[in-house]
Design a protein around this ligand. Structure first.
Ligand SMILES: [Zn+2]
Ligand SMILES: [Zn+2]
Length: 207
């Protein structure tokens, strides 16, 4: 951690620019994001469904602190067609500043974005989790793709989230059985088919 003075001196010599809007970071900065890009992310409010975690944007809800963080009932969609997972949570809407930040993180090698993006997940999802977390396990990237990119973005995010939650990150607990097509090219149903059976528990699970 740099002291405030060192940070200020460095900023004077090499002003840090936000990778999204290219302006100096300014007040409320969440390095490497500037304060305005950080605040421009549309956070989600409390989930209305304890399974899929569907939630309205935070700005559109009156956050009632007395309401339970985890709703008791699943939504009609999850009742009619229960998803194969126990539950899911989302921190924010994939649009605008968040979409740009994720693209810069994944495709332009801006690894430092793992910090604010991991913090976003930790700050907005933890209160609504159903159980206590024991470890954070990232989805492994295909070896060639990790080699090309130089890092697995899911692992960087998992490490940040794990650190914020005070639990271990376990990147070897899940292993990839086969390569898959990039999910970003596919529609929802194709995404599910694309990754079906592509992963299994690793030999180190539990250690
Ligand atoms: Zn910015
Ligand atoms: Zn649901």
């Amino acid at each position: 951690m740099l002291s405030g003075f060192t940070q200020a001196a460095l900023d004077l010599l090499f002003p840090a620019l936000c990778p999204l809007c290219q302006t100096t970071l300014g007040a409320d900065r969440r390095d490497p994001l500037c304060g305005s890009c950080w605040h421009a992310i549309t956070r989600l409010g409390r989930p209305r469904c304890h399974v899929c975690g569907a939630a309205p944007p935070l700005a559109m809800t009156v956050d009632d602190a007395s309401a339970p963080a985890v709703p008791a009932r699943p939504c009609p969609t999850c009742v009619a067609d229960p998803p194969p997972y126990d539950y899911a949570r989302s921190a924010a809407i994939f649009e605008g500043a968040l979409r740009e930040a994720l693209h810069a993180f994944k495709f332009s090698g801006k690894r430092a974005l793992a910090r604010p993006l991991g913090d976003l997940a930790a700050e907005h999802c933890v209160a609504t989790l159903v159980e206590k977390i024991e470890a954070v396990v990232p989805v492994p990237l295909a070896r060639e793709r990790e080699h090309e990119r130089g890092f697995n973005q899911a692992e960087l995010l998992a490490r940040r989230v794990a650190r914020r939650l005070g639990v271990p990150a376990r990147p070897r607990w899940l292993v990839r059985v086969r390569a898959t097509r990039p999910q970003s090219d596919l529609a929802a149903a194709e995404r599910r088919a694309n990754v079906r059976g592509a992963f299994r528990a690793g030999p180190d699970v539990g250690s």
